[in-house]
Design a protein around this ligand. Structure first.
Ligand code: CAA
Length: 269
């Protein structure tokens, strides 16, 4: 998702530093950006020169030096609290005092991330949706200490990126995943209990509810490890058994069948 966020920011005219832990991930990100922009060139919505100009605004780095002058850093690391805490603690010491630290987390508490920094009022959630260049929403999550100023600046930035900011309070799963993930989890239970085939479950939701993808295909698209992590956040956060992850979801993750990215999930790719 980091690549998608870099792409929309560069497309909106911003200079972007894409930072990751290894060159191979950065190369993969740049390849995804190139492919996504090429679709637009092919459809004659973007000239080849404009595409190159967008790409030239993105530099890559495996260290934090390039982030020092950023006015905002959007973290999009794996959905793991310990990893995000480590990143926020470190970035807080490196980036400009007044810079905003945003997280693209899909469910982790913004208040907890803010609390490990000396700038909790500048910490906020910017939850982009996949595929980032296509989806209009950015769910904006306000932590306990997030200031009005930070909120206003991030709303305005989101609009400059061509997206629509919609706000919510810091609560497990926010709004998007509190509503989406239990639906996906329930679809997995239906498969697990033999209520219907994967094609039937997805077809019923696509044709009957006009969803662009069925819930099982969507789970594969999001990543089954991400779905499981989010269900665990909901389960722990609310302490309510209605959020227990389906055993079939756990089994697939244990098997390394993580969906589209690993070549196998509820479908084969
Ligand atoms: N980059 C750029 N453009 C892309 C793209 C990408 N990665 N993927 C698709 N597109 C564009 C296509 O070029 C096409 O554009 P036009 O209509 O303008 O020609 C358009 O999107 C539709 O794509 P396709 O025709 O190839 O395929 P589709 O109609 O099946 O749409 C989809 C694909 C947009 C992914 C659609 O299936 C969809 O909306 N799925 C649901 C996505 C969703 O629910 N996302 C949220 C997931 S939850 C999340 O991200 C957050 C979380 O916390 C878990």
């Amino acid at each position: 998702m980091g690549a998608g966020i870099a792409q929309v920011a560069a497309r909106a005219g911003f200079t972007v530093v894409m930072r990751d832990v290894a060159e191979e991930f950065l190369a993969r990100g740049l390849k995804a950006i190139d492919k996504s922009l090429q679709r637009e060139v092919d459809k004659q919505r973007l000239t080849p020169d404009a595409k190159e100009a967008i790409i030239s605004r993105i530099t890559t780095s495996t260290d934090n030096a390039g982030l020092r002058n950023a006015f905002i850093v959007v973290e999009a690391a794996t959905e793991d609290l310990a990893v995000k805490i480590e990143i926020f603690t470190l970035l807080d010491k490196i980036i400009a005092m007044d810079a905003i630290l945003a997280s693209n987390t899909s469910s982790i508490s913004i208040t907890r991330l803010g609390a490990v920094t000396q700038r909790a009022e500048r910490v906020i959630g910017m939850h982009f949706m996949n595929p980032v260049p296509v989806m209009k929403l950015v769910e904006i999550i306000r932590g306990a200490a997030t200031s009005d100023r930070t909120l206003a600046e991030v709303r305005s930035l989101t609009e400059r990126l061509g997206k629509i900011p919609l706000e919510c309070q810091d609560s497990p799963g926010f709004v998007s995943n509190r509503v989406l993930m239990p639906m996906i989890n329930e679809a997995i239970f239906a498969l697990y209990e033999g209520v219907a085939s994967r094609e039937s479950i997805d077809g019923i939701m696509k044709l009957g509810m006009n969803h662009p993808m069925g819930p099982l295909a969507l789970a594969d698209f999001i990543g089954l490890d991400v779905c499981l992590a989010i269900m665990n956040v909901l389960h722990d956060g609310f302490g309510d058994s209605k959020y227990r992850p389906c055993p079939l979801l756990k089994r697939y993750v244990d098997a390394g069948w993580l969906g589209k990215k690993s070549g196998r999930g509820f479908y084969e790719y």
